[in-house]
Design a protein around this ligand. Structure first.
Ligand code: GLA
Length: 392
């Protein structure tokens, strides 16, 4: 990433003093296990990767936010006291949502000017949360606000749940804000607490393959919210059968209650509950294999998580499922699954670094044979684990 170019563009467009320009790096993330259980208050695992969204910014002299992007056209320009409502498919939504979120808890006096760019525009690596977190960190720095990572997790939740209308959990922003290189980030979404578990000395190094499907679509327009409803239906039936009143979330149902009453569930809600409870177990086992430095065992659990996403959660689109199968069969791959919501974007794999280049080429060419119609938009990136977000 050419940070100097981003700073130069900010100075050129907004006439600010180069010494006042700072840069936020907000990385993309992967989730080895714990897919789609964050919104049901389950535990999840995550890591940040070495590709990121960057935002060069300076405090504005007034209450305006003015932003440009190297990726998207036009300029975002609004006053922090009169934040416009969400516009469909507009890259300015995240900055507007960030201002609204911060204002709900703090006083904002200054806007920002800035220029942003992302290294990856396809879905699946939480680019939305990376962008949201970048604006939060920049606006807070410009206003001298000291906000903890936990509070920023909540602020990004407000951007996504309230401003954008996506009923997702807190996996993405937690991974982006909390992760540290060579650690597994484990987030308990019920208590919003986390643990950073260091990579065991015995754990061999690994690369992260990011295989793009070429399928692009905003998450709010996928089946994401429908799956959340199906989980709620399952939780409601299980709690009723157990004779308990509680919020209709699968995380509120104990494993014993699930074992005793799963027979009341049918169809889609039965499958979503099966995904939740088996995924929760995979997270627990994944933490054990990570602590033991067992990359093979850790990888197998990633692939099992991927299989449950296909069979029980049923969120993969055909191209992503094809990518999953190709990755799992590739030499050097320890484990694979689709990344993010799984409706579009990419599938990821942990891979032996010595075999990563050959694996990437083989995956790209097999996928192109299977989906020639997507040949222009696909490709495989070799990434590494990295630290979470911060101001450089
Ligand atoms: C998206 C959502 C997250 C999480 C994942 C699936 O990235 O934003 O909250 O549910 O999908 O694990």
């Amino acid at each position: 990433m050419d940070i100097d170019q981003l700073i130069d563009e900010t100075v050129r467009h907004y006439g600010c003093n180069p010494g006042d320009v700072r840069v936020v790096r907000s990385p993309y993330r992967i989730c080895p296990m714990g897919a789609h259980i964050d919104h049901q208050l389950g535990p999840v695992t995550a890591m940040a990767i070495d590709r990121a969204v960057y935002l060069a910014f300076a405090p504005s002299n007034d209450n305006r936010v003015r932003l440009r992007s190297l990726t998207f056209g036009g300029e975002i320009d609004f006053e922090i006291d009169a934040v416009p409502a969400r516009h469909e498919d507009d890259w300015g939504n995240y900055a507007r949502g960030a201002v609204e979120a911060i204002k709900s808890k703090h006083t904002l006096s200054h806007g920002i000017v800035g220029v942003t760019t992302g290294q990856i525009s396809e879905g699946g690596l939480s680019s939305s949360a990376a962008v949201g977190c970048a604006y939060l960190l920049a606006l807070e720095a410009a206003n001298d606000l000291h906000v903890s990572a936990e509070d920023n997790i909540e602020l990004d939740r407000l951007i996504e749940n309230e401003y954008l209308g996506l009923r997702n959990g807190i996996l993405d922003q937690s991974a982006i804000l909390l992760s540290r290189n060579r650690h597994l980030t484990v987030i308990d979404c019920a208590t919003v607490t986390h643990e950073l578990i260091p990579q065991a000395d015995a754990m061999p190094d690994y690369s992260i393959l990011v295989a793009f499907s070429g399928v692009k679509q905003a998450l709010v327009s996928t089946g994401y919210n429908q799956r959340v409803d199906e989980c709620a239906a399952a939780a409601g039936d299980l709690l009723r059968a157990a004779g308990r009143e509680s919020r209709a979330l699968l995380g509120e149902v104990t494993p014993q209650e699930y074992a005793d009453h799963r027979g009341v569930l049918n169809g889609d809600p039965a499958k979503r509950a099966e995904h939740f409870f088996t995924e929760r177990d995979r997270v627990r086992q994944g933490i054990e294999t990570w602590r033991a430095g067992d990359i093979g065992g850790f990888g197998r659990l990633i692939s099992e998580s991927g299989r449950s996403s296909i069979e029980n959660y049923e969120c993969g689109s055909e191209p992503l499922i094809d990518l999953y199968h190709i990755l799992v069969e590739t030499d050097g791959v320890h484990g694979a699954r689709f990344s993010g919501a799984g409706f579009r974007g990419c599938s990821i794999a942990l891979c032996d670094p010595a075999k990563a280049e050959a694996a990437a080429e083989s995956v790209a060419s097999r996928y192109r044979q299977k989906h020639p119609e997507r040949a222009d938009n696909n490709g495989v990136l070799i990434a590494r684990p990295a630290d979470g977000a911060g101001i450089l």
